[in-house]
Design a protein around this ligand. Structure first.
Ligand code: GMT
Length: 384
């Protein structure tokens, strides 16, 4: 086995894609024998088991009447300092640049003053670059902290390209795509569940997301409405977020509530995906589209927009189709084509085949090698 490392992982512990990727990565590294320390403000939702190599350090944020906005970044940096020092970490890997990369920079400087060198790897996930990071209120800090990282990865070529286009980046950015644990997502068909939802053999369409504006939830409802006019079908909406109320309102207006179910945040998405026929991802922007990969791992073809990094995952006419953002008619036409019983089996097979390329077994070594390269590159600084 390659050299065992002690790695600190900093991420958002919530249901967002970056937190999922960070947590699954940490769990996989721990299984490989590395010691992994999660540093987050609450236990990551996917951190569903602990073993002798997995540790969790909660960032406690002290509130004070003076603080209208409690300084989370400072509490996080302080926690990083103590964990790196006490646990003798080799490397810090922060997921989602804001505010993790700048907090890591601060921790690194403090540790340096104690005679400790800690290399920092930052993984760019998407909205930290494409949406939030570009805003003038964050851009200078994002640029600076990316340039100060000892290693930078992005989850797709498109995100890498966009980072270079918009920010003045002097660092090399390595592309390491999102991944899936195929063992976990292996089709565990819950036929009883399918029968309960689709008692008359209706086609089952699924969408999962955090229901933010960027996901274009309205397009999901419109495409389903069009499909539903043509063939018996049901829609399951998994997740929750700011656009949910509006989407539910649309369903009432279109009189399709009997065939659309909003399931809220669901832990075991794979159980629903395992019985689905089609996945909809009409996002405005998507740096990778982890939710689509999860669907494909359950043999579900994808209708998506052709934006961001999605084309690096969903293959036109093979694993599904890609349409221009907002092109409801095209998405409907292609969805109906896939759902045709003569076409569905081959799309399903192709979706799974493609998902296998992103299996954790293929992607984990890319991260391990990258860590080793960063450690080698920065070794001189430890000695100096
Ligand atoms: O906005 C989200 O979808 C959540 C966000 C996150 O960082 O939590 O997801 C981003 O990171 C995922 C994991 O790398 C990617 O698969 C998603 O495509 C990306 N979301 C967007 O770019 C909108």
């Amino acid at each position: 086995m390659a050299r065992v490392m002690k790695i600190g992982i900093v991420c958002y512990p919530t249901f967002g894609g970056s937190g999922v990727v960070a947590t699954e990565l940490g769990k996989a590294l721990a299984k490989e024998g590395h010691q992994v320390h999660f540093i987050t403000y609450s236990q990551p939702s996917r951190l569903d088991f602990l073993n002798e190599n997995l540790f969790y350090h909660e960032v406690s944020i002290r509130s004070y009447p003076l603080f209208e906005y409690p300084p989370y970044e400072l509490a996080l940096a302080s926690k990083m300092v103590s964990v790196v020092k006490n646990e003798k970490l080799d490397l810090l890997h922060v997921h989602y640049a804001i505010p993790h990369a700048s907090a890591a920079y601060m921790a690194k400087q403090i540790l340096k003053s104690h005679g400790i060198f800690i290399p920092v790897v930052t993984t760019l996930h998407g909205t930290d670059i494409t949406l939030v990071g570009k805003d003038a209120s964050y851009e200078p800090v994002v640029t600076f902290s990316i340039n100060q990282s000892d290693g930078v990865t992005a989850v797709s070529n498109d995100l890498r390209k966009e980072t270079y286009q918009f920010f003045k980046i002097t660092n090399d950015i390595e592309v390491i795509p999102n991944f899936i644990d195929l063992e976990k997502f292996k089709k565990q068909k819950k036929d009883h569940f399918k029968k309960a939802i689709c008692p008359n053999g209706e086609s089952l369409i699924v969408h999962t997301s955090n229901f933010r504006k960027v996901k274009r939830i309205g397009d999901v409802i419109k495409v389903f409405y069009n499909i539903h006019k043509e063939i018996p079908s049901k829609l399951l909406m998994i997740g929750d977020g700011p656009e949910r109320d509006q989407a539910e309102g649309m369903c009432r207006e279109l009189d399709i509530c009997d065939d659309v179910r909003f399931l809220g945040k669901l832990e075991a998405v794979e159980e629903v995906l395992s019985v689905a026929d089609l996945f909809l991802m009409p996002s405005e922007k998507e740096s990778f589209g982890l939710a689509a990969l999860e669907a494909m791992a359950c043999e579900v073809p994808v209708i998506s927009s052709n934006t961001g990094g999605i084309p690096e995952l969903n293959v036109q006419g093979v694993t599904g189709f890609l349409s221009n953002v907002g092109d409801i008619e095209d998405m409907t036409k292609k969805a109906l084509f896939i759902l045709d019983k003569n076409n569905l089996p081959v799309f399903k097979e192709n979706a799974l085949k493609r998902a296998k390329e992103f299996d954790i077994a293929n992607i984990l070594p890319l991260y391990e090698n990258y860590y080793h390269r960063v450690l080698e590159k920065t070794a001189a600084q430890v000695i100096a």
